[in-house]
Design a protein around this ligand. Sequence first.
Ligand code: NAP
Length: 276
Amino acid sequence: MSNVPVAVVTGSNKGIGFAIVQALCKQFPGDVYLTARDPGRGQDAVAKLQKEGLRALFHQLDIDDLQSIRALRDFLKEKYGGLNVLVNNAGIAFKVHDTTPFAVQAEVTLKTNFFGTRNVCTELFPLVKPYGRVVNVSSMVSSSALQGCSQELQQKFRSSTITEDELVELMNKFVEDTKKGVHEKEGWPNTAYGVSKIGVTVLSRIQARMLNETRKGDHILLNACCPGWVRTDMAGPKAPKSPDEGAETPVYLALLPSDADGPHGQFLSNKTVRTW
Ligand code: NAP
């Protein structure tokens, strides 16, 4: 078993995830795994880095597929006996003018952005070593979507005692409410992506609290962040930030030094803690 520190970035064959891997290859003192759901796209991305003189390793990971997540978990356990850095970057967004019915958009978006991310965490968290760092890439859209929720929902999502089960129930309720055509009446905003990212931000707050309760002495720091509005296939060419700039806050959180005692359980953008 290798004692080398190991970092994993989900959805990193392109966009911000790729830029995070690129930066970690330069700054993280250990093995960096570029992961992708499609092995061809993943290997191409690794080859692109190799041409720049950077060494990333590849492992397949589709966050929608529990078997794929478990295969990565078993690989990490066997090869490294754990995991030091996890960046949950993989995500999807329907384009604004996409005509797919809203209920379908809600189900598909929540499946990857919330439930897929949560499944990765559930399977990989037991492997995270002391002084580990976890970064969940959310979005400022989670904050604006929160503002668009009813007062009752806002209170639940800001609660410091909400449990993971309660959050999962709420995320499922959103999907069900869109199917019944009652989501606005039930206090939800009209954005599937926004609700999925509310899920990611709130999940991060819960996970940090659980770490405090169950692994206090392990000095693990976990945060959610927004990369900013970044020029990628998701956000388009008009966004102001380059992928490298978008990677800055996630990389900062992934590399928080071992003597840091925060941030933890926060939502950050531009390396600054934001009020939730
Ligand atoms: P992107 O260019 O579309 O890249 C998304 C990445 O996620 C791709 O590598 C994609 O793989 C991967 N992915 C999607 N579904 C996956 C799955 N089921 N399993 C594994 N990988 C999967 O988007 P991006 O702009 O870099 O976004 C990265 C993250 O930043 C997302 O979480 C996004 O919500 C967040 N974000 C982006 C912006 C922005 O302005 N760009 C702003 C705020 C937050 P494929 O190539 O196989 O599709």
